[in-house]
Design a protein around this ligand. Structure first.
Ligand code: DGL
Length: 268
């Protein structure tokens, strides 16, 4: 296969990265994609740095066996912990979601009062605080971990009273005009956009990094002369466990029908 017609490899701990795939398909309709959701080992959020790096290396190695031409780490936790390692080890471009998300937040925020919600790992890594400080040293950044959001979303609990009660609790630190912009710093969270938006109030801009990440991927492919020709784009979806659940819930993330999910087991 010619380099440029090879697929882009995209991965996440589970279904969340499909929100990035959705945007990649919209912005790069000629590109083929192979998506890996590590449903056997989700969630990554509460796990330690070494574990998330090891999982990410396993997935990158699998994607390389599928001849991918670039890797998009469509997971904030894996980006926060494993991006530098993957970039050092891979000889193909590796794109993360945090830098693009931070850029979008700085562009959107008028008052430089930015909130970030994410997994425990992402918040603990301070990756957003650092990325935003590099772009806007005068910005104040308030962060909060929302560990119950990922299991709620993986189970398809996108609305309803229990989800709203949990959202109210988690978003408490951001109320009373504390922020003007809130980064959804986990690729699962766009699925809770309605609940989060209604809880936090309309005056706060919500940032989901999928759009910027797809734009960054387009830029990187162009710069490396890796763009696909007018080929027929093909999409493959792979899960490390329970492909039926992936199939049942995945289309909500993707915004399009999912016909088949392959099962591939990795590591331990
Ligand atoms: N979707 C992921 C993220 O962006 C990970 C969620 C998890 O596995 O805890 O951080």
């Amino acid at each position: 296969m010619k380099g440029s017609d090879a697929p882009i490899g995209v991965f996440d701990s589970g279904l969340g990265g499909l929100t990035v795939v959705r945007e990649l398909i919209r912005q790069l309709p000629n590109e083929s994609i192979i998506y890996f959701g590590d449903t056997a080992r989700v969630p990554y959020g509460p796990k330690g740095e070494d574990t998330v790096i090891r999982y990410s290396q396993d997935i990158a190695a699998f994607l390389r066996t599928q001849q991918v031409k670039a890797i998009v780490v469509a997971c904030n936790t894996a980006t926060a912990y494993a991006l530098p390692t993957l970039r050092a080890q891979q000889d193909i471009p590796v794109i993360g979601v945090i830098e693009p998300g931070a850029r979008a937040a700085v562009q959107a925020s008028r008052g430089r009062r930015i909130g970030v919600i994410g997994t425990r790992g992402t918040v603990r890594s301070r990756a957003y605080d650092k990325a935003i400080a590099r772009l806007a040293p005068d910005a104040t950044v308030t962060t909060a971990a929302c560990p119950l959001f990922v299991p709620l979303i993986e189970e398809g609990w996108l609305d309803g009273e229990p989800t709203r009660i949990i959202a109210r609790g988690y978003l408490e630190p951001f109320t009373d005009g504390k922020i003007d912009t809130l980064v959804l710093g986990c690729t699962h969270y766009p699925l809770l956009k309605t609940v989060i938006g209604e809880t936090i109030g309309r005056e706060v801009r919500l940032i989901d990094s999928a759009h910027e990440t797809a734009a960054e991927t387009a830029r990187v492919l162009r710069e490396n002369d890796l763009e696909a020709g007018d080929s027929n784009a093909r999409y493959r979806f792979v899960a490390s466990d329970d492909p039926e659940q992936f199939l049942a819930v995945g289309q909500r993330f993707l915004g399009a029908p999912l016909e088949r999910v392959e099962l591939v087991t990795l590591g331990s």
